[in-house]
Design a protein around this ligand. Structure first.
Ligand SMILES: C[S@@+](CC[C@H](N)C(=O)[O-])C[C@H]1O[C@@H](n2cnc3c(N)ncnc32)[C@H](O)[C@@H]1O
Length: 195
């Protein structure tokens, strides 16, 4: 409950503060804005390990913040492609900084894409070639994304969520990670019959 309280409290403050700095509403602010709280690096590694990211796979982080998850997927887990999507242009600047700091090879840099967008506008088709989806969002957003992921992802694809469940989906694995605080990460694998 403490975990929910953390991100939910930030969400409440952010809403009151008109986050994100009332960026021109013309920028089509998403219906639900999850505040920016980066995942602890130890938890990033645990999430990618739990998802068993393999060489040559494609990893998407929905609401990518400073890009740390997909950068680690490409650099440390040899993913072929990492895509981070975030609605906030400030985060995309952070991603560019993170790439600079990560001391990647030119091939690794090429493997990474960051783009601005609302994850709630993604369609099943966006996920057809994706092996692993990572999320640190809120339960309501997870629940809205769940049917899109279920429809779009291929059998064997994995979803890992930091701290938040998908309501009505029984996780295949759950792990506690002790870092700056206690974190919980959840894994679901898309079944062959998609049930
Ligand atoms: C809790 S942070 C997680 C950041 C990163 N995934 C990590 O784990 O370090 C949530 C991120 O999602 C972004 N975000 C929130 N709502 C979004 C939406 N509807 N569409 C796209 N990005 C969103 C925020 O800007 C923020 O960077």
């Amino acid at each position: 409950m403490r975990k929910f309280a953390l991100l939910a409290a930030v969400a409440a403050v952010a809403t009151l503060a008109g986050y994100p700095a009332a960026q021109d509403k013309k920028d089509k602010e998403p219906d639900i804005v999850v505040p920016y709280v980066p995942t602890n690096e130890k938890v990033v590694a645990a999430m990618l390990k739990l998802a068993a990211v393999k060489e040559g796979e494609t990893v998407y982080d929905l609401g990518c913040g400073d890009g740390r998850i997909v950068i680690a997927a490409v650099k440390d887990f040899k993913a072929k492609k990492g895509l981070g999507i975030d609605f906030n242009p400030e985060r995309l600047k952070d991603c560019a900084e993170s790439v600079k700091k990560a001391k990647l090879t030119p091939e690794q840099e090429k493997a990474l894409t960051f783009k601005q967008g609302d994850v709630l506008k993604m369609t099943p088709d966006d996920f057809k070639d994706v092996d692993v989806v990572t999320m640190y969002l809120l339960p309501k957003v997870n629940d809205l994304l769940a049917p899109v992921l279920k429809k779009g992802l291929k059998p064997g694809a994995r979803i890992v969520s930091h701290d938040f469940m998908i309501t009505d989906w029984k996780e295949d694995k759950r792990e506690e990670v002790r870092a700056d605080r206690d974190h919980t990460i959840y894994l679901w694998t898309i079944k062959g019959d998609k049930k």
